[in-house]
Design a protein around this ligand. Sequence first.
Ligand code: ZN
Length: 317
Amino acid sequence: MPELPEVETVARDLHRWVAGAQIVDAEVRWDRTIRHPLPPERFVAEVRGAVIQRVGRRAKSVLLHLADGRVMTVALRMTGALVVARPGTPDDRYARVVFRLADGRELRYRDVRKFGRIGLFEGGSLRVRRASGRAAPGARRRRGAVREPRAPYRVGDVFAKHGPEPLSPSFSAQRLADRLRGRSARLKTLLLDQSFIAGVGNIYADEALWQARLNPLRPADTLSAEEVRRLHRSIRKVLRLGITNRGASFSDYVGADGEPGENAERLAVYRRSGAPCLRCGRPIQRLVIGQRSSHFCPHCQPAWSPRAPAAAGSCGP
Ligand SMILES: [Zn+2]
């Protein structure tokens, strides 16, 4: 599943290719790919004529900012990909939505397993709201009650439950410390929680914890100030490195140009169980936490016990 660096890579590539392009028509071949507005015919009618101003990212979604202020969100999920096809390119049986551009090219949303979702929303702030993880407006309804669509449904509502962007300048070590306070969850579980921090998944959570020399099972509220700073630095470092290497490619993920990313070969622990730790040479171990496998070095990321608070690892920096 693509994480922040993979989605950022897709968004940056796509920006180069489709910024300024006009969508003249769209074809929805798999109705459930469309999240909003519904039915899909309405989505097609509303997207027709739109000009793509720029392409960005929020959490694990690609955002196509339209010139009129609306935003199209593309959640790639497991196998989604955005491909720009020149005129004459053979059709793709896995293309679920096809946007025809005024210059004859097609922007194809291809998705083998069909978990991805595309929405078209009114614009608005994407900033993280102060309110704690409450459900988005209209998310809950009484049984049998007719759900009235909130008009206009803004893009901010889509991301209301997401935590801060870890690479944003406002995501400081202090902000991370504030968010960790009072949280008894294990570090690995918390890093995967999109309402805690946006965009981090299994790969980069494992990499960040190894980099920070923190055990994945460590309760979040037991970190010393120095350990929080280390975790903060490490999260940002592994994500930036992932973007530099154009993302890690496992299974179906490819960049928008169809080229696989290079980061998979440069990961320190993810899917390296049994291989020597790049820091101490001892074997990397695999552990299942919350049904997700975690990869870590038991020597560099020692287990924490309440009786030995903040024991410094014996590894070098
Ligand atoms: Zn090690």
